[in-house]
Write a protein that binds this ligand. Sequence first.
Ligand SMILES: [Zn+2]
Ligand SMILES: [Zn+2]
Length: 236
Amino acid sequence: MKSKSLILSIKNYLLDVLFPKQCLGCKKEGFFLCQDCIVKISSLSRLVCPVCLKGLPTTDLSQAKCNTHFKKTKIKFLAYTTFYENPLVRKLVSSFKYRYIQEISSILSKLMAENLKQYKLEGFIIVPVPLYPKKLNERGFNQAELLAKDISSSLDLPMENVLQKIKSTPSQTELSSKERKLNPKDAFLCFAPERIRGKNIILVDDVFTTGATLEECAKTLKQYGVKIIGAVVFAR
Ligand SMILES: [Zn+2]
Ligand SMILES: [Zn+2]
């Protein structure tokens, strides 16, 4: 892993030299996302029910739940910063995922942490959604893990990277919605249950599509006595 991150840093350095930084929103030079464009995407931060996506009126995450759907899902709340349909948000996510731009990772995680900061977070731990090992190898990093690490350190919450993806599943964005719902079933396992038993968990991922992946992760965690599970994503 060490030499891989060195290669990524060199690749990043070369990309910076060859393609000078430009705001992905307005093309202003010197930033990947300038202050004016950050404001455009960050004013939306919300806490919602993962099923009906209606706002949850609470400041205490351990109390957050949708009165209509709390039995339908293992995830009590979803915190998101912005909408994936926004072209600038898509650009940010794809630059982050496919080019590994560390600076963009920090921008996204900062916005996600700021969203969570409004709530009472005591007793929660951070768990990233894992990538299938082959995919991790191809990409060189797990975007959810990078975000989770940043969020964990900026909110001073412990992170436990305890989930493993054991089934390769096609990319969620390439499937019909029916396929997507079936898709990630039994795809995850927890390899260190003693580290999460009895805890409250916030799952971290970059984008929320149908919620099927997060739901499967939550189901896996629930088998090991996790109490409350919520999720934070950059965009939905
Ligand atoms: Zn800009
Ligand atoms: Zn609901």
